[in-house]
Ligand binder design. Sequence first.
Ligand SMILES: [Zn+2]
Length: 287
Amino acid sequence: MRVPGLKLVVSAFLCLLCVAAAAQAQDFSKAQRAEIRRFAANNSLFVLYHEIGHLLFHQLELPILGREEDAADNVATWILLNKRTKEADLALAQAAEGWALSGIAYDSGGEESDYAANHSLDKQRAYQIVCLMVGMDEKTFRPIANEYRITTDRQDSCNWDYGTINRSLLGLLGRDNKSGGGTEVTVTYHGAGRELQYAADAFKSSGVFDQVADELRNNYRLEKPVAFNARRCGEANAFYDPETVEVIFCYELMQDYMDLYSGSLAAKPAIKTKTGKTKPPKPSAEQ
Ligand SMILES: [Zn+2]
């Protein structure tokens, strides 16, 4: 049984762009639709690694110095950075872009309560990803850090940020990595219903859920079995539930990412700077 108070919420999205995006969907080319699905899958992948961060913190009883949500983002970034593949680099770049876009679309930081929330502001989450990227590999990621207009001084100091996180996570997770895996993970895709069927199919066919489940089986030895459940939740979100040792991915979140990127494609000139200084067109669903 899940205790709502213990849910660890990765992000709270309102589906403000759904109607606008749905209206535009037929306007996109086949290549653009594939691009939209890839963006949504890459952002979902980042979120899943973020939930894995929560899972590892709790199941391995790891120390967390600082806000857990920030630490979970750092785990997600660190895992992807250390894959050293073009696909993982793209996933990180698109995860940063996803936070930058959602920060604008949902006015993250627009309310005082945003500053008291357990998550950093969306734009800060974007910058933190890019900072760790350039902190790990200056040569490869300097262009993206420049695109985000992170100053050279800050880019240089990001090396310290990355080094601290790398040392900490290697120390905490290294020994478990060497265990050769053995975590029992079950993956279930629940029914989506008509409205979310496309998003559910896109999520399943992207393979990100099964990929992360496999890595958990192969790289970590957790005592308790872990359930991966993809389902409709009534909100665009993802959770780690410590009571049931469950990672829940909501189909609504995949839909939300597709809507977010559809909106940015439709208004590309306004959003391309990724600096948060320009606004996208007002979503038509917003009342
Ligand atoms: Zn979280």
